[in-house]
Design a protein around this ligand. Structure first.
Ligand code: AMP
Length: 597
């Protein structure tokens, strides 16, 4: 990072952003020179650059790689070899990303100063928000933040999620008091490894401070919605604790109990009554603003696959306050910020900061087609400032910690420039998730087709709350299976009635609409080749996706970074889904297909 300054207040931060975005090209070159100079003696760079330091050699000699290529180095370090094989600075921890390779989590190397980079980016967020929403320093922030228990690798190095690493670090725990980030949740509660107890206490803290909360949110929208569901199930107990001034005995974590005892000093009948009367209402539309009346915005990642949660958060927020997506980050590196926080989540673009890592972009030919296995042509790889508006790219990162020209797996589209720094819309993960024959459907294809079906459902007052998919090849021909959880929109969102009331024609109509919006090859396989069978929608019992989340968390996913898998493989997750099916519906006709198209 150029310079060591991490903290910026108001105008100073905005000036810093101007500097970064104006000098994007120079900063990117400087960062690459710095990375090469610090890491040139590593086994990895020596292998490709033989000690050379020039940028042109880096670009011509160092290959663009996926995790498979990096994995042997990560495994050697995990097994006790010196981290100098890939990094000039000691690797202090491995960050467990939500991506997997052959069923195993990916581990990303991280060095001590990476925490400074993360802090630096976090510190830019509030000045950007304050530009559009004054007065955010006059109250509290209810951010629901969770850690996940870490594992220790054979030779003692911790492997944990990037957010766990951050919340456990001094950068977070020993942060200076900041009126813009005055969290309702005490550190002890955020750091509680039991996610249920943590969630209970965080909601309790938020409810106690309900009249001073100005911002509320979580890192990803999925965790926020999960917390709202938890609130639906536990508001009576929470209100009761406030009424009695005593923490529920189900909270056994001693650090949580001690921290909460400072907040529950005496019975508070007024707040308890208010919460009960709000939560008892027939509809939970707008519950967030009813419970937290001063809230000015709701923050969570709602871009990419999280976009499906926008209608639910609009429902719970009542639609009158902005849903804000502040940043785009990953375990490999933090990337960028949203300079226009009040824009609708569908329109969010992230401005990538040029001083986090060295960034390159692989141009994708037709929209998003770019498989894992595909050889990357050198001329298709360009630098941050050379990307073109409207084009799709896959992002490639080089970090100080030992990732060189590493394909993150995210597909982005350039929407414009802020000064000289490009702005990107997050499109999807680069992955084909469904394939039976020659058809290849990726996350975005699936998401787009489901969006069409969602509109049909919404016209009939149903909300699709969650979905995943499965390529079922157990019969011939195989077919796509979608697992859906739906709710009736008009009533309190807790009933499981929707699944049993729905008309078969409605879901069959959705099957047709989805097939019609899947791509040409899919429709050819279905209608002409007959190599793919009719698409099936299986409606699930209410709460199945909660159970899926619990299952996957018990297998190592973290709550903060949890994302519903958009596709499942045979195994416990699929078994769970299949055990909760309440109805199954097939597409009743072939999709249209025209050989000429
Ligand atoms: P992880 O590897 O678990 O740290 O997760 C990082 C990944 O989450 C990124 O590579 C993206 O695929 C996704 N992600 C992070 N931030 C955003 C965002 N603002 N919008 C959409 N997806 C995001």
């Amino acid at each position: 990072m150029d310079g060591k300054k991490l903290e910026f207040k108001g105008e100073e931060a905005l000036r810093e952003l101007e500097r970064l975005t104006t000098n994007a090209r120079e900063l990117q070159e400087a960062i690459l020179r710095d990375i090469i100079s610090r890491n040139k003696e590593t086994e990895y760079l020596r292998k490709y650059m033989m000690g050379a330091e020039d940028i042109s050699k880096f670009k011509s000699m160092v290959p663009i790689v996926t995790y498979e290529h990096v994995q042997p180095y990560i495994e050697r370090i995990s097994n006790g070899e010196d981290s100098s094989i890939i990094s000039g600075h000691p690797i202090v921890e491995m960050l467990r990303s939500s991506g997997t390779t052959r069923g195993k989590p990916r581990l990303m190397p991280s060095i001590a100063e990476d925490l400074d980079r993360r802090t630096y980016m976090y510190n830019l967020l509030m000045p950007i928000m304050s530009k559009y929403m004054p007065g955010l320093d006059k109250g509290k922030v209810m951010h629901l933040l969770f850690i996940k228990a870490e594992t220790i690798l054979p030779y003692g190095m911790p492997a944990r999620s990037v957010l766990t690493s951050y919340y456990k670090s001094d950068h977070f725990r020993c942060r200076e008091p900041d009126p813009f980030n005055n969290l309702t949740s005490p550190n002890e509660v955020i750091l509680c490894p039991d996610s249920r107890q943590s969630m209970y206490c965080q909601l309790l803290s938020g409810l106690i401070h309900r009249h001073s909360v100005l911002r509320l949110g979580a890192v990803f929208a999925s965790a926020l919605l999960r917390s709202i569901t938890f609130l639906e199930q536990n508001w009576r107990e929470l209100a009761n604790d406030i009424r009695l001034g005593q923490l529920n005995s189900s909270i056994t974590d001693q650090a949580c109990r001690a921290a909460m005892s400072h907040m529950l000093v005496s019975p508070n009948l007024t707040i308890a009554d208010e919460i009960e009367s709000i939560c008892n209402k027939a509809s939970w539309r707008g519950i967030l603003v009813h419970l937290w009346p001063k809230v000015k915005c709701i923050e969570a990642v709602l871009t990419g696959t999280m976009a499906q949660y926008i209608p639910m958060l609009e429902f719970y927020s009542g639609g009158g306050i902005p849903l804000v997506c502040t940043m785009y980050a990953s375990s490999e590196s933090y990337f960028g910020v949203n300079l226009n926080p009040l824009c609708h989540p569908n329109d969010v673009s992230y401005t990538l900061l040029p001083n986090m890592a060295y960034l390159e972009f692989i141009e994708l030919d037709h929209g998003l087609r770019c498989g894992n296995e595909e050889e990357v042509q050198k001329e298709k790889v360009i630098g941050l400032v050379d990307v073109k508006v409207g084009k799709y790219y896959e992002i490639v990162v080089t970090t100080f910690a030992g990732l060189y020209r590493y394909r993150v797996g995210d597909v982005l589209q350039v929407t414009g420039f802020y000064n000289n720094a490009p702005q990107f819309k997050f499109i999807c993960r680069r992955n084909v998730i469904l394939s039976i024959d020659l058809d290849k459907t990726n996350e975005e294809d699936l998401h787009k087709s489901i969006t069409v079906a969602k509109e049909i459902l919404e016209k009939q007052n149903y909300l699709l709350t969650e979905y995943t998919s499965y390529a079922d090849s157990s019969s011939v021909p195989g077919h796509y299976v979608l697992f859906w959880e739906i709710k009736l929109m008009s009533e309190k969102l807790e009933s499981g009635k929707a699944q049993s009331l729905v008309h078969p024609e409605l879901i069959e109509g959705c099957c047709i609409a989805i097939e019609e919006s899947l791509d040409y090859v899919y429709r050819r396989c279905r209608t002409n080749d007959r190599s793919v069978g009719p698409l099936e929608i299986r409606l699930l019992e209410y709460g199945t996706f909660e159970a899926l989340m619990d299952l996957l968390i018990s297998q190592g996913s973290s709550i903060n970074q949890y994302k519903t898998p958009r596709c499942v493989e045979p195994g416990p997750a699929l078994d769970l889904l299949n055990s909760k099916v309440m109805g199954s519906f097939f597409s009743p006709k072939d999709p249209t297909w025209n050989a000429g198209l």
